[in-house]
Design a protein around this ligand. Structure first.
Ligand code: AHG
Ligand code: MN
Ligand code: MN
Length: 362
């Protein structure tokens, strides 16, 4: 009997180092950030796995048998990432969906040339019902001058409020039936699956590409009553109701990372349009939209806020929200064209405010 020889096993650590060697001037800082994030992801994954046991082991906000307070999982995820990243000497500031203001690097640690922005636990309301959740991150080079770790050499809000096209790395972790770490440094998108028995992320999805058109439409259409007419028209198009294209299949988990990940593999669009009640949509530009937009473009897809490329939007606030249409290039282009035509005709469609930097806080 002939056995298939196993294909080569590549850990995320090795892959990151090999990628780094392609850049003559790389200092290793970005690689270090990615390795630290992979470690944080493993710690969060192991906690998420046990989330269903909270009732027997003690729910969040209660005391466990050791007399320790149980933390809410999204705060645990935030703390885990912060603690994994604060002392590496590679960051000068962080920002998290869970924290209102810029997070400085503690005084005792060296500061570096990057900033990190993250959504520690995306889809956290799904934890209680055992549905996939995720982590999203974005790395940008600081723009303020660094005077080589002298005291007070902290990053500023200016370093954090940069358009998404300035990202040097972004990625997400999906804690699903298996845990996956997917990232880009602008050299394609690569996915790693956690082998829990050895505690390593192994390369499972090299050079991921999203199909030009896809079959999945992900949108919460309970908001239909609050959508402007062009958004409704777009959804009719995606559903094949105007006879101009084949109907897509609707899939909506309610965890952006999980919805996005499925569509990245199968093709299609995730949409969170503006609506009358949320004039900028719900999703955060810096912690959710931009990092996934960078991944999506690197995989051959597109991401817009309505009429404009998301990565070109200049943020004005840390917790700024933005409408989001992201996925297969051809399908996102349908949205862009439709909104563009509506804008030409002067029809308000609720999208036109996002790119001017309007925001509503958390
Ligand atoms: P978070 O848990 O980080 O606050 O994000 C929740 C988000 C996102 O994951 C998801 O796509 C969206 O909320 C769902 O919102 P609706 O319930 O309004 O559809
Ligand atoms: Mn989120
Ligand atoms: Mn979150």
């Amino acid at each position: 009997m002939v056995h298939n020889t196993p294909t080569s096993v590549v850990t995320i650590e090795r892959f990151i180092i090999e990628q780094e060697q392609l850049h003559a001037h790389a200092t290793g800082d970005l690689s270090g950030i990615l390795r630290d994030l992979a470690l944080a992801a493993k710690m969060i994954a192991s906690k998420v796995r046990r989330a269903g046991l909270a009732d027997i082991l003690g729910a969040a906000g209660t005391e466990n048998v050791q007399g320790e307070m149980q933390q809410k999982l999204d705060l645990f995820a935030h703390e885990t990432i912060f603690k994994a990243m604060d002392h590496g000497g590679r960051l000068c500031a962080m920002a998290s969906e869970e924290v209102e203001h810029l997070i400085p690097i503690p005084e005792q640690f060296k500061r570096g040339k990057y900033v990190l922005l993250f959504d520690p636990l995306d889809g956290s309301s799904n934890i209680d019902v055992n549905v996939p959740v995720g982590t999203i991150f974005s790395v940008i080079r600081r723009v303020t001058k660094s005077d080589h770790n002298a005291k007070g050499d902290h990053g500023t809000i200016e370093d954090l409020l940069q358009p998404g096209r300035k990202q040097v790395a972004s990625g997400y972790v999906v804690y699903g039936s298996s845990t996956m770490f997917v990232y880009t440094t602008g050299q394609g998108v690569h996915g790693f699956t956690l082998d829990p028995s050895i505690g390593e992320f192994l390369l499972s999805h090299p050079d991921m590409k999203i199909p030009e058109h896809g079959r999945y439409l992900s949108v919460n259409d309970a908001y239909e009553q609050y959508w402007a007419e062009p958004v409704r028209a777009l959804m009719r198009r995606y559903r094949g109701l105007d006879g101009k294209r084949e109907a897509m299949n609707v899939r909506y988990i309610g965890s952006l990372v999980a919805d996005f990940h499925r569509n990245l593999l199968g093709g299609g669009v995730f949409a969170y349009p503006a609506n009358e009640k949320s004039p900028h949509g719900k999703l955060r530009l810096l912690y959710e939209g931009n990092p996934l937009a960078f991944i999506c473009e690197q995989a051959g897809g597109a991401a817009i806020d309505g009429e404009h490329r998301l990565l070109d939007v200049k943020p004005t606030e840390l917790h700024q929200r933005s409408p989001l249409f992201i996925g297969s290039k051809g399908d996102v282009e349908i949205a862009r064209q439709l909104f563009h035509e509506a804008a030409q005709k002067g029809a308000g469609h609720g999208q036109d405010v996002a790119h001017r930097g309007g925001a509503n806080g958390k």
